[in-house]
Unconditional design. Structure first.
Length: 266
């Protein structure tokens, strides 16, 4: 199952960033972000501001890392790929050995699509150069900015982790999501088409979520491998669980209604 996240630019209260679909927890995306920053700042000798400016030219973290080149068709600047046919999904994998193994599996198939994919790879290096079996984030014509995740609409139910790069302070702030279990409701008819903001919480109709700050680390420590991402991840989960347990107990112990007067100040 996907662990969704965001790599953003700004500060804790005002930020804008790009989406990441897989493995957004600190022990994966945290390390990945640190490695990418180290490459830009140490190897390329670019500034943190240049990194941030470049990041926001894209719709997705994977797209940023590939400099906008789609791994399925080779086109540049089309936005993140999506709606990807299972037969070509392998092209986006980070491990070359896995990609090679999937290509060998294609060679064992006799259907016309598999044969066409293999011919495409041989001719162009990409499995779907004509975009028959995948789409792109910018296909609909909306500008890049419309695809960004922002502090104005952070979608904390689905965006579990946020990494905010502050180029002025040269820090990375890590946010995690937490729910208010008193508002959990399995009745799908209560799901809102558009969540509404209630104080710091976002009300989805059947649940409420928000982001909370877990840690703030210097960029310099991140690129020098001095950040304990394992501890940050463990701390975040402990804080989330403790907060949800406290709210759950308050609802039961105090016998309050589902709309207590003090929630706005939580």
């Amino acid at each position: 199952m996907a662990t969704r996240g965001c790599v953003a630019v700004g500060d804790e209260r005002n930020w804008r960033g790009v989406y990441n679909h897989w493995d957004s927890y600190p022990t994966c995306l945290g390390y990945d972000l640190a490695d990418e920053l180290a490459y830009w700042l140490k190897d390329l000798r670019r500034t943190l501001k240049e990194f941030c400016d470049e990041l926001l030219k894209y719709t997705d973290w994977r797209e940023f890392k590939s400099a906008g080149v789609c791994p399925y068709c080779g086109k540049v600047g089309q936005g993140a790929p999506h709606s990807i046919n299972a037969l070509i999904f392998f092209a986006g994998l980070p491990d070359r050995e896995l990609i090679a193994a999937e290509v060998e599996k294609l060679k064992e198939r006799s259907d016309l699509i598999s044969k066409e994919i293999l011919e495409n790879i041989e001719k162009t290096g990409f499995p779907d150069p004509e975009c028959k079996w995948h789409m792109h984030g910018l296909d609909g014509g909306l500008p890049v900015e419309e695809h960004h995740i922002t502090s104005e609409w952070p979608d904390p139910l689905f965006i579990e982790w946020v990494y905010i790069i502050n180029p002025r302070k040269e820090t990375i702030t890590v946010l995690h999501h937490v729910s208010d279990p008193r508002y959990d409701d399995l009745n799908v008819s209560k799901v809102r088409k558009e969540p509404i903001k209630c104080g710091e919480w976002w009300d989805y109709g059947h649940c409420r979520y928000k982001h909370f700050k877990v840690a703030e680390v210097p960029v310099r420590d991140a690129i020098e491998d001095r950040v304990n991402w394992e501890m940050i991840e463990e701390t975040a989960k402990n804080l989330r669980d403790c907060t949800e347990d406290r709210l759950r107990r308050q609802s039961k112990d105090e016998g309050v209604s589902k709309h207590p007067s003090w929630w706005r100040n939580f």
